[in-house]
Design a protein around this ligand. Sequence first.
Ligand SMILES: CC(C)(COP(=O)(O)OP(=O)(O)OC[C@H]1O[C@@H](n2cnc3c(N)ncnc32)[C@H](O)[C@@H]1OP(=O)(O)O)[C@@H](O)C(=O)NCCC(=O)NCCS
Length: 173
Amino acid sequence: MQVLIRRETPADVPAVSIVTAAAFAKPETPVPVEVALLDELRPCGAWLPELSLVAVSDEGEVVGHVVCTRGHVGTAPAVGLGPLSVHPDHQKRGVGLALVHTVLGAADALGEPLVALLGSAAYYSRYGFRTSTDYGITAPDPSWGEYFQVRTLSAYDPALRGVFTYAEPFDRV
Ligand SMILES: CC(C)(COP(=O)(O)OP(=O)(O)OC[C@H]1O[C@@H](n2cnc3c(N)ncnc32)[C@H](O)[C@@H]1OP(=O)(O)O)[C@@H](O)C(=O)NCCC(=O)NCCS
């Protein structure tokens, strides 16, 4: 599938909500928390507009979205990736692959030291993510174990160790 990846604009916000809702919906949570999380993150100081990206189909439809927001390792800035969403009608065609590689490259270009996330190691290892504790970085919730992962970038310094904290809206989900 051919998509173009570009920054999210204000006009994309409703479509991003639809894609996020469709991607995360489950029978028990038809309106997933990730939709409200994005709405709370956008106006907060942790939102990094350079790192909120959409995947747009040939038809001009937003079919995927990814964002990294400001987080910290101890007191040092870093970024947290997520939510990441691809509309179920367009999954397994490389859209997620394009979004993650692009946002990692953008974060690297901005001089961020690392990207952290909570997710499946089976999926994210292909992007160079490793269990955070390999780098001396612990999850906000230690019970996340191997699901909390880190991808180091060019500006990474091994002295960057400690507890990772997400932007404040993540505490409410
Ligand atoms: C995860 C997601 C973004 C991947 O998007 P996508 O466009 O389908 O991804 P790609 O086409 O680039 O890659 C698909 C591959 O990822 C695998 N994959 C997807 N989700 C996975 C998971 N949770 N664990 C392991 N593998 C996974 C698929 O099986 C497929 O594997 P293959 O390449 O060996 O066939 C998409 O499935 C999605 O939106 N899921 C619901 C929301 C979600 O879970 N977001 C991530 C939260 S951390």
